[in-house]
Design a protein around this ligand. Structure first.
Ligand SMILES: CC(=O)SCCNC(=O)CCNC(=O)[C@H](O)C(C)(C)COP(=O)(O)OP(=O)(O)OC[C@H]1O[C@@H](n2cnc3c(N)ncnc32)[C@H](O)[C@@H]1OP(=O)(O)O
Length: 414
């Protein structure tokens, strides 16, 4: 049950109050919805997933929403409630409204049969207390023009085509997005039309001096093997042109297309630097660079994961090695997850998760379980920080079973 101050109540926001919902987030995030932007980028939270806390005066004091994701996990997908648009009016802060909304979010997600929640954190210090663990990192690169790439056979034979980005590219972009991330945990497909529109929407108010967006496609005949959406900003220094290239997204289906795509972006006339979008920490571009040292890289936390229904979540993914281990899990917010669980993984990588009275091999909070869930963190490494405890052998077995061959990442902020 959520606890709210006297006179406040939780409400599912009907469509006719959508503008009020948005107005709370505008106050919380210092935003302002230009009608032109709203026209190009429709409000993306599905109607039955807009939830708020109404104050004693009948106005909305705090809001949150969620997206219905099928989240890629090692070996499959899991229904995931993507927490988003969390905002509390600045004059209503720190009286427990977020805490209450998280309780509501957990309850509603479980009722819908979503065993996992995920989010991008506006501030990293907020969500750990609610059992969300930082499950992946991403990296943004700034590359000098002309950064050399190791050769890839077949790359030079591919064609490139440059066009202005438009609505007509939306289906192509979504398909490439989905296929380029095959096998990568956390790589969320966009589940609604409004979210897909954000792949190609280019409101002038967001350009900040950059040109209207372009799309470059890499082709083998008629077969599009890669694409990137990007734009350039004019700039002149004492030594000549210093245009910037900013890449919004880049998706490639094979090594040759990856090489051709980045070779094109790294050698545009007049430009001096290229900024990448969020990339996985093991992205192919990092392996292709002849000299990665001059590259500026900024690593940040990417997706956070909250296990809501422990057995369903752990049975919803596959494991990289056989395992038979007893986990002792603490969960202050969802008591049904707390206690000892036997996780038995067979040769097929599938897990059976059952309650047990047996002694625990590994002890951890549900927050760390969320961190491990996508396969991008090591139980042994978390133990070195005192966040997980257990014998070294048990920790190593958990690490080997939970790991993913590809680092988890979500390439877009939701
Ligand atoms: C998934 C997303 O949408 S991320 C977007 C989050 N939204 C924003 O950042 C917009 C601006 N900020 C806000 O709207 C609000 O300040 C929020 C949502 C961050 C917090 O809402 P509040 O109602 O003030 O939080 P609430 O009173 O429930 O606090 C719960 C706990 O979180 C802590 N907390 C709240 N905000 C923060 C923060 N920014 N940093 C660290 N701790 C925080 C509180 O201190 C409290 O701690 P406690 O459990 O030890 O008592």
């Amino acid at each position: 049950m959520s606890t709210l101050p006297h006179g406040y109540r939780t409400v599912v926001v009907p469509p006719e109050r959508r503008d009020e919902f948005r107005a709370v987030d505008d106050l919380a995030f210092a935003g302002w919805v230009d009608p032109e932007i709203a026209e190009i980028l429709p409000f993306p939270v599905p109607e039955d997933r807009m939830v708020a806390v109404e104050g004693p005066d009948g106005g909305l004091a705090a809001v949150h929403g969620s997206y219905p994701f099928e989240m890629p996990v090692p070996g499959g997908t899991v229904a995931c409630s993507g927490l988003t648009w969390v905002g509390v009016r600045p004059d209503q802060r720190r009286r427990g409204l977020l805490r209450s909304m998280i309780t509501t979010h957990v309850e509603r997600s479980l009722e819908r049969g979503e065993p996992v929640s995920a989010l991008f954190a506006a501030e990293a210090a907020i969500y750990g207390r609610f059992g969300y663990g930082s499950a992946s990192d991403s990296v943004n690169l700034t590359l000098p023009r002309g950064a050399a790439l190791r050769p890839v056979a077949g790359a030079d034979a591919l064609d490139v085509r440059l066009e202005r980005l438009g609505k007509e590219h939306e289906d192509l972009a979504e398909e490439l997005h989905r296929r380029a991330g095959a096998g990568r945990p956390g790589w969320m497909p966009r589940p609604t039309a409004a979210l897909r529109a954000r792949l190609v929407g280019d409101p002038p108010a967001w350009r900040q001096g950059f040109e209207p967006m372009l799309i470059v496609t890499v082709r083998d005949g008629d077969d599009v093997r890669a694409a990137a959406a990007f734009s350039r900003k004019e700039g002149w220094g004492e030594g000549g042109p210093e245009y910037k290239v900013k890449v919004r997204w880049a998706f490639a289906l094979d090594p040759a297309a990856t090489h051709r795509l980045w070779s094109f972006l790294l050698d545009l006339d007049l430009t001096s630097t290229v900024e990448t979008p969020m990339l996985p920490v093991d992205d192919a571009l990092l392996h292709l660079l002849v000299d990665p040292r001059p590259i500026q890289r900024r690593t940040g936390d990417n997706v956070w994961v909250r296990v809501l229904d422990l057995p369903a979540a752990l049975q919803g993914r596959r494991y990289a090695a056989p395992l038979d281990v007893v986990l002792d899990v603490s969960d202050a917010l969802v008591p049904a997850n707390a206690g000892r669980w036997r996780v038995a993984v067979g040769a097929d990588g599938a897990a059976t998760v059952t309650r047990t009275e047996a002694d625990a091999d590994v002890r951890l909070d549900v927050r760390e379980l969320g961190a491990l869930y996508l396969g991008g963190r090591s139980a042994t490494a978390l133990a070195s920080a005192g966040l997980v405890t257990g014998a070294p052998d048990a920790l190593a077995r958990v690490t080997a079973a939970f790991t993913s061959p590809l680092a988890p990442v979500c390439p877009w902020v939701f």
